[in-house]
Design a protein. Structure first.
Length: 418
């Protein structure tokens, strides 16, 4: 650990060296592009290795690690070099470029991909959108959290045409965030929820052992930044609707359909815990917000099979969802502040690993029983809700995500607002 700490403490020097090297590297890339051979359509004169790392951008390196801090410092050097050499060209966004197309705009696209390192300069300049350009675009899309389909659509163009100076600023902003977290000793086992990436990492001994797609809070109902410890899992939970949801969602729905609560197995409970008949409430007012709305466990429960609890002042938690289709959306900012977890049963199994008597088999059997069962975690697991919209996992792989809550200070970075 001491060696890693020295690496962190000497980061400023490393970043300065990286900036110098980045400028030299950028100059080399620009020179290579200028001298790149012009290729005829579909002239296949080189191996697939010219696409650098291809589409491989995944890594087991946690975002919260000293290694990531060092790689971000290197990325800042790289992007400083790109900026100093004039940046990258704006790719015209008026056409749907994809594999098989031949168009002059592809030449600009090739240059843009070369400068950022997604396509080797040995690929040459050509109007042909060939398999090498396709692989490079997929790599770019994966680095930016976009569907890796190789098609130049609206969001790919928007991400590609963010200026390098803005990307450099985004890296610098996020380096500070990462330094603040990694300045202390990280636990050997923890969960990290990265809000702008809508992704969760389960980390053990410095390695990501599970990675989950997430759905996080809407712009007007943001997921909070917090640190806590996961201390409880509730299997087949009751769902208690927050007052904000009662006011914004349930009351308006009851005005439209008086059977909404019955259809969704939601009961109204008074201060004494007794059930209240919805017919006795005046739904033209907001009087109902004074009561507790509780949904029974079951297939349509808002939390589906499981709820993951941790103490925090925001009443925030993680949970399963019956709306699995949400995980396939490009912009997964749809919740009211809590975090929905894809393949949540894998995460819960990992969390309960050291809790006696809770094997995967027993967990699954309890779900099938339909009984609501709270389980205290024997050794609470630290959890971090964080906001990291730019990071690097090394090998020239620099990740960027949409600045969904506008915390990075540049309108260009709020791609979801398009």
């Amino acid at each position: 650990m001491k060696a890693n700490r020295r690496l962190f403490l000497t980061g400023a020097g490393a970043m300065a060296i990286g900036a110098f090297a980045g400028a030299a590297n950028a100059q080399d890339v620009i020179g290579d592009i200028l001298s790149s051979p012009r290729r005829g359509n579909w002239d296949d004169q080189f191996d697939a290795s010219v696409s650098q790392s291809g589409t491989k951008v995944a890594s087991h390196l946690p975002i919260f690690s000293l290694g990531t801090v060092s790689y971000v410092e290197q990325a800042i050097g790289q992007y400083s070099g790109i900026v100093s050499q004039g940046g990258w060209p704006v790719v015209p966004d008026t056409k749907k470029l994809q594999l098989g197309v031949s168009d002059p705009d592809v030449e600009v696209l090739r240059k843009r991909l070369m400068i950022a390192g997604d396509l080797s300069t040995r690929a040459g300049i050509s109007p042909s959108y060939d398999s090498y350009v396709d692989a490079a675009v997929k790599r770019f899309q994966a680095r930016h959290g976009l569907p890796s389909d190789g098609v130049m659509g609206k969001f790919t163009y928007a991400a590609m045409n963010v200026s390098p100076s803005v990307r450099l600023g985004q890296l610098q902003t996020n380096l500070q965030r990462l330094r603040e977290i990694t300045a202390g000793e990280l636990p050997h086992r923890f969960v990290m929820v990265n809000v702008p990436a809508a992704q969760i990492e389960a980390v053990e001994n410095g390695r990501v052992v599970l990675r989950h797609t997430a759905v996080v809070g809407k712009i007007d109902r943001q997921t909070p930044i917090l640190n806590s410890k996961i201390n409880e899992v509730i299997i087949n939970p009751y769902w208690n609707a927050p007052e904000s949801i009662v006011r914004k969602d349930i009351i308006p729905l009851m005005r439209k359909d008086p059977q909404y609560l019955a259809k969704n197995a939601i009961r109204i409970l008074g201060p004494d815990g007794n059930e209240i008949d919805p017919a006795t409430i005046d739904w033209t007012t907001e009087d109902a917000a004074r009561f507790r709305f509780r949904q029974d466990p079951g297939a349509i429960n808002a939390m589906a099979s499981v709820k993951i609890n941790f103490p925090n002042p925001h009443a925030t938690y993680m949970h399963d969802t019956p709306q699995q289709s949400l995980f396939s959306k490009l912009m997964r900012f749809d919740s009211s502040g809590c975090v929905r977890v894809q393949n949540v049963r894998d995460l819960v199994t990992w969390l309960l690993r050291d809790t006696p008597g809770w094997s995967r088999q027993r967990f699954e059997q309890t779900i099938k029983s339909g009984e609501s069962v709270p389980v205290a975690i024997a050794d609470p697991v630290p959890v971090y809700f964080t906001y990291v919209s730019a990071w690097s996992t090394g090998d020239g792989v620099v990740h960027f995500r949409d600045d969904i809550y506008g915390l990075d200070g540049a309108d260009e970075l709020q791609i979801s607002a398009l």
